[in-house]
Design a protein around this ligand. Structure first.
Ligand SMILES: NC(=O)c1ccc[n+]([C@@H]2O[C@H](COP(=O)([O-])OP(=O)(O)OC[C@H]3O[C@@H](n4cnc5c(N)ncnc54)[C@H](O)[C@@H]3O)[C@@H](O)[C@H]2O)c1
Length: 282
């Protein structure tokens, strides 16, 4: 298996001040990349970039903080300009920033539904739109060009227990977007992967601190979620497996085998529906 060459590559990771994004950013720096640590929380992004640079002293890459609100297309376009100016033409985009909302659809306000879609789904669309020209130029020059979207176990089925329907819908959308994008970009030389972790020990439980005033403003976090995520995987393991999957040329990168049962239940449901269609159309 030949590794993707990140030496001197320019990499953008959104949601990189915390959790999975931060771990992805650190691994990219370890592999020699110059990494934009992009986040809506610039103070935390600045701390994260400094910590990554301190931890990776001696490695060839470096981390630099940038502010971005992925749900704002203008903010993402400004990020593309700043990164090109400060780090150079982009080779790899990790559309990783995401937020979580608890609740069944019967108890989800339109504002909350919109917020989760604006960050998770439009945020990914905005990232692709802002960085596609640079990625196309990179691929055309025969250099590394790749988009990695952070999906979830929620992209592949419905995890047991709990209600988080709006979130699940966004992560199904991420898989659909990634799948279409893979075909859209097939002849351009830009690769596409979607990372689908199970539960990971991150700050995702506290997402609603960043909900904008126009969509209801910051909100206290659900009590049980922090404990549930505390038993999740280490973000560093998720990042390591994401890079291993990219190196292996995988499209869907699963980082936790424990989600097998859930994903296979969905696959079995589809197979059963196809069998029923065969019978009906006989
Ligand atoms: N933690 C899990 O169990 C888990 C499982 C599967 C998938 N994921 C996905 O992993 C991704 C990263 O989440 P995490 O678990 O590391 O959570 P996290 O909360 O630790 O990190 C998310 C980061 O995104 C930033 N962010 C939030 N809104 C933003 C916006 N509008 N613009 C830019 N940055 C923004 C936050 O400030 C934070 O630093 C998300 O897409 C999430 O859905 C998480």
């Amino acid at each position: 298996m030949s590794s993707m060459n990140f030496k001197d590559a320019v990499v953008v990771v959104t949601g990189a001040a915390s959790g999975i994004g931060r771990a992805l950013a650190e691994l990219a720096v370890r592999r020699g990349a110059h990494v934009a640590v992009a986040d809506i929380e610039i103070a935390k992004a600045t701390d994260a970039a400094a910590a990554i640079n301190a931890a990776c002293a001696g490695d060839a890459g470096r981390a630099m903080p940038f502010q971005v609100d992925v749900s704002d297309a203008g903010s993402f376009s400004a990020l593309a300009v700043s990164v090109a100016r400060d780090l150079g033409p982009v080779n790899v985009l990790f559309n990783n920033a995401g937020v979580f909302a608890m609740g069944g659809l019967d108890r989800t306000s339109a504002n909350n539904f919109r917020w989760v879609f604006e960050v998770n789904v439009f945020g990914t669309f905005n990232g692709v739109s802002a960085f596609l020209p640079a990625l196309q130029a990179s691929a055309a020059a025969g250099r590394l060009a790749h988009i990695v979207n952070t999906g979830s176990e929620n992209s592949l089925g419905l995890p047991p227990g709990g209600q988080f329907t709006a979130y699940t819908a966004t992560k199904h959308a991420i898989l659909g977007m990634s799948d279409g994008l893979r075909r859209d970009l097939k002849s351009s030389g830009i690769g596409v992967s979607v990372v689908c972790p199970g539960a990971v020990n991150t700050g995702l439980w506290n997402s609603a601190r960043n909900r904008p005033g126009s969509l209801g403003g910051p909100k206290p976090s659900p009590a049980g979620l922090a404990q549930a995520l505390a038993h999740g995987q280490d973000p560093a393991d998720v990042a390591r497996m994401a890079f291993e999957g990219m190196d292996a040329g995988e499209f869907i990168i699963v980082t936790n085998p424990a989600i097998r049962k859930m994903a296979e239940q969905r696959n079995a449901e589809v197979a059963q529906a196809l069998d029923m269609a065969d019978r009906r159309c006989r």
